[in-house]
Design a protein around this ligand. Sequence first.
Ligand SMILES: Cc1cc2nc3c(=O)[nH]c(=O)nc-3n(C[C@H](O)[C@H](O)[C@H](O)COP(=O)(O)O)c2cc1C
Length: 349
Amino acid sequence: MFKIEVAKMSILFSPITIGGVSLKNRIVMSPMGMNACKAEDGKVTNWHKIHYPSRAVGQVGLIMVEATAVSLDGRTDPDDLGIWEDGQISGLKELVDMVHEQGAKIGIQLCHGGRKSKIPGKIMAPSAIPYDENSIVPEAMTEEEMYEVIAAFKESARRAKQAGFDVLELHAAHGYLINQFLSPLSNKRGDKYGGNLENRYQFLKEVIHEIHKVWDGALFVRISATDYHPEGCSIDDYIVYGSMMKEQGVHFIDCSSGWIVPPNFSERPGPGYQVPFASQMKKEVQIPTGAVGLITSGLQAEKILVEGHADLIFIGQELLRDPYWPKRAAKELNVSIDAPPSYEYIWNK
Ligand SMILES: Cc1cc2nc3c(=O)[nH]c(=O)nc-3n(C[C@H](O)[C@H](O)[C@H](O)COP(=O)(O)O)c2cc1C
């Protein structure tokens, strides 16, 4: 176990600025879909207003709002959060203001489900290849449909700016539409959007290009750094993609993995299993990265940062179990952190 000599300070609790956004610490709430839009209108509900600000009260530095649909037909589930129309901005703005009031920064993850959409109607993807044998066979997108989706990402970025978000994260991981273009397992196109690595990057390239026209804040991309498949993308392919993203002005790469094809669970992932991807990306592309996946303790998070594997630590499930996880991590690291004023006496007792 990693030991810290009576740590008076830690990297985990030190501030950092990425893409012009200053965070009070390195703890990020990983984007996690809540399926909490009961009216199927994609609007923020009371659940979101309790769920996200609670983690801000818990002293998370950056809250990343869940995968949010850029278009009605881009939802993965009917109860997904949405940013496809202007009527959704006011609820999102309320959420942003609540989180800011509690001293945290807030980002939003933009997503289109592609062949993973589980909604009625037409399902689109780069090629007519289903996710698995139980999934609907999607329709291969026409160029016009691609332009429409690219425009939807741009319009969603404009709405995110209007709502006051600090960070925009593109969901290019976990087998959703952008990932489907990047992977040769799901992209068999014969046009300029398919074939070699550069062509498979073209869709994301155009999304980023369009977003820059309306978004001048911090831009993150979440990737699946490997497809865990011999004919799929490896981390070495993603190093090339990462360089292209950096060249296009992406500030940060959030390194997850898998889910472009169904996982093979013969080997269950262990603690910090995706950290090596964040580490390699950071070193080879020279870009700030995020480590995510089975990071559960303050000591584990601090070790990742001390060893220089990543710049931010994304916490998922552990923050669902404990909204005040940063307080627990601080105790482990023997550092004192600010408490919300109303809790100050109790937290410092
Ligand atoms: C309930 C739930 C919902 C999730 N939804 C998303 C999502 O919307 N976008 C995303 O990129 N990852 C999503 N994930 C993955 C998490 O962000 C995270 O990468 C994963 O859980 C591994 O981190 P952990 O071990 O700390 O939970 C979700 C995970 C969970 C448990």
